[in-house]
Design a protein around this ligand. Sequence first.
Ligand code: ADP
Ligand code: TYD
Length: 203
Amino acid sequence: MFITFEGIDASGKSTQAKLFAEYLSLSKKKYIFVREPGGTNAGEEIRQILLHRNHTMCGETEFLLFSAARAQLTRELILPNLNKGYIVVADRYADSSLAYQGYGRGLDIEMVKEISRFAVSKLTPDLTFFIDIPVYEAINRMRKEMKSDRIEIEGSDFFERVRRGYLKLREEDSSRFHIIDGTRDIRSIQDEIRNVFLNYPVK
Ligand code: ADP
Ligand code: TYD
């Protein structure tokens, strides 16, 4: 079973993905946890290029680099582990590219979908948790954390487009995409995530 966590920056998705992985570990489930971009040696190097503040990069380059890292991660870790019957938990996956490079940066959505499908060998998550918070809340959290890497210096309009992109993706595939209100406390959000997982038909 393939489970992904999505959301705008500072939505709390990494916090929730890690807590969920801890829960799987305590429940003695066989699982692996991967993060995007990165997770493989090649992917970690691509991550450094992507998040480096001094590079000027057009949306197309950004998208192809994210896709390249994802192609490697999919073949090196995700597919082999799914084939062994493991649960794979991913902190971001192809929906991030659609939301950020497609809706955020304005690249052609159909083209992004097509190249993404090729990159991931048509793999789609079984379950996606979209942790949703308003953009002003995300920006407040980023300010507190003093996070300002290359993408985080974008400003609120960009994140509004990304958030609306996620909401559109959810409309297209509401059975896979679970929208979770990320403004509540960490524990309540995690309880909701575990409940959705426990009610999922096949694991
Ligand atoms: P993301 O992976 O989406 O960027 P993180 O999990 O790293 O988000 O969380 C971003 C910041 O928000 C961190 O400082 C974290 O402690 C805080 N945070 C996470 N979840 C919540 C929550 N439910 N309420 C308030 N703050 C939160
Ligand atoms: P991540 O490390 O998940 O950051 P955070 O935990 O703060 O959300 O992702 C780094 C940045 O990369 C983040 O701003 C989202 C962006 N990103 C894309 O623009 N496209 C993608 O396909 C992926 C995977 C991430």
